[in-house]
Design a binder for this molecule. Structure first.
Ligand code: C5P
Length: 472
């Protein structure tokens, strides 16, 4: 109660600056997803500007092993971003007072009293929708030096990566909305109302339409031939000389034509709902080159997610910290590789039907031996966006390191269950000596293989309403 974020940030700043003045090294440990890479990059850049000697490392999750390696690390001070919920006691025991966590995942009340835990929830901020770790790191960076407000665009990318654009028409709420205003006022961000096609700056029109799966338009989504036919009939030019045009090249008239054509195509489906989802706020960085994957903030976030998931986190962090040379080409290659992998995994899961068990409330997907642990979230999110699975909970599993099984769960579109996936995964995993957590609509867990059958039974009972303690 009564926790004051500004006070805690100012304490953070005093302590860190003191360490830097005393010549102590700092280590940043962060998560591999978009929010992890952005939050890690923001705080690292701010610390370098403040004169710190610093190293950054990424990890898929916080564990006792990671805490141990932090303890044996020669660096004197540790900052953890987008991770660390539930580990305050271990950090205290292993690192004394030499650590801070900047995070937005829900934590237990007992961690609220630890001043080294700077977590959105304990200040009454909804970490699921109003701010993510990138935003928390941005606030901490500004506490170190007001001039770090120029890092606002990276905080915008983090919020998009965590899908916090949950206001009307994909706008932002709470602290995120303040960060958007700050980036706009610095001339670093442009916000428009536009079609939310993927690859706004980089993908040929046909691909942009075909690979947009939110909204999912039956007959168009993932069907390039149908998309080509639609563009042809609408009379929109697909090429400009030898170059494929992208959604960002469309004129207002062409956008109107395209919207009309899609509405006509989807007339037997719920066209008005499709339009509701298709048109929303877009976020553009005018300082980035036209047709660069860094210009549209959503594409930027996709690239960062791809980096982490195919073990190229360093590229993502470098780009967030401002590297625009060799790293740009690297980033582009990572995106291509990532898209190919997703197509391959989805094909296997669709073709090997035995992997999917579908019940009234839940789709269980066995992706063992197919989807690597780092990509479970991507694939479960895609499955959750497919109308075939509408209204259901998706639970996907695959093998993790050291005889573990990793679970990734999502509420699909239109899912009205009162099961809170965060509690489902957290309390369930704990029952089976594993770890789990996340948010109401997206959560993950990890258990050892020998507990698999019991955990699957628990999940089935819980999602089918036989286990009321996991409901909200
Ligand atoms: O792993 P997955 O992508 O399914 O996780 C969904 C969300 O749950 C992410 O925001 C992730 O950071 C969070 N999570 C967590 N604790 C875990 C596993 C996942 O907070 N043990």
């Amino acid at each position: 109660m009564g926790k004051n974020l500004d006070q805690h940030l100012s304490n953070f700043s005093d302590r860190i600056l003191d360490h830097i003045r005393n010549g102590k090294d700092v280590s940043v440990t962060t998560h591999i997803d978009c929010d992890g890479l952005t939050s890690g990059a923001i705080i690292t850049k701010a610390l370098i500007r403040a004169g710190a000697k610093i190293t950054v490392r990424t990890t898929k999750e916080m564990s006792l092993g990671v805490v141990k390696s932090m303890q044996s690390d020669s660096r004197d001070f540790h900052i953890v971003t987008d991770l660390g919920g539930g580990f305050a006691k271990q950090f205290d025991e292993s690192l004394g007072e030499n650590w801070f966590v900047l995070d937005h995942h829900e934590i237990l009340e007992e961690e609220h009293d630890n001043e080294r835990v700077i977590n959105a929830w304990k200040y009454g901020i909804d970490g699921g929708t109003e701010i993510c770790a990138g935003g928390m790191a941005f606030l901490a960076a500004k506490a170190l030096d007001k001039r770090n407000s120029d890092l606002a665009p990276i905080a915008v990318v983090s919020a998009l990566g965590d899908r916090q654009d949950q206001g009307e028409r994909k706008s932002f709420l709470g602290k995120n909305a303040e960060i958007i205003e700050e980036a706009k006022s610095l001339g670093r961000l442009q916000v428009d109302m536009d079609m939310l096609l993927v690859g706004r700056e980089t993908r040929p029109l046909i691909d942009a339409l075909a690979f947009t799966s939110q909204p999912f338009i039956e007959g168009l989504t993932w069907n390039r031939d149908a998309c080509l036919a639609l563009f042809k009939s609408s009379g929109i030019e697909l090429k400009d000389g030898g170059r494929w045009r992208t959604p960002s090249d469309l004129t207002d008239d062409e956008k109107r034509l395209l919207i009309e054509s899609i509405t006509k195509f989807a007339s037997s489906q719920n066209a008005s709902q499709i339009m509701e989802e298709l048109i929303g706020h877009t976020y553009t960085f005018p300082a980035e080159e036209r047709r660069s994957f860094l210009r549209d903030a959503r594409e930027f976030s996709t690239m960062l997610n791809s980096c982490g998931r195919i073990s190229r986190s360093g590229v993502g962090i470098s780009i967030c910290m401002g590297d625009r040379n060799k790293m740009l080409q690297e980033g582009e290659n990572i995106l291509l590789e990532y898209r190919k992998l997703i197509r391959d995994y989805m094909n296997i899961l669709t073709n090997e039907r035995w992997r999917i068990s579908d019940s009234a409330r839940c789709v269980m997907v066995n992706a063992e031996g197919v989807v690597p642990e780092t990509m479970t979230g991507t694939i479960s999110s895609l499955l959750a966006g497919s109308p075939k699975n509408a209204g259901k909970i998706i639970i996907l599993r695959t093998n993790g390191e050291e005889n573990t099984i990793k679970f990734s769960s999502r509420k699909s579109i239109g899912c009205k269950t009162d099961v809170n996936l965060s509690s489902l995964m957290k309390s369930g995993a704990e029952k089976f000596n594993g770890i789990g957590g996340g948010h109401d609509a997206a959560a993950g867990a990890k258990i050892t293989k020998d507990k698999l059958d019991g955990f699957l039974d628990y999940l089935e009972d819980s999602v089918n309403g036989n286990n009321s303690q996991n409901s909200n």
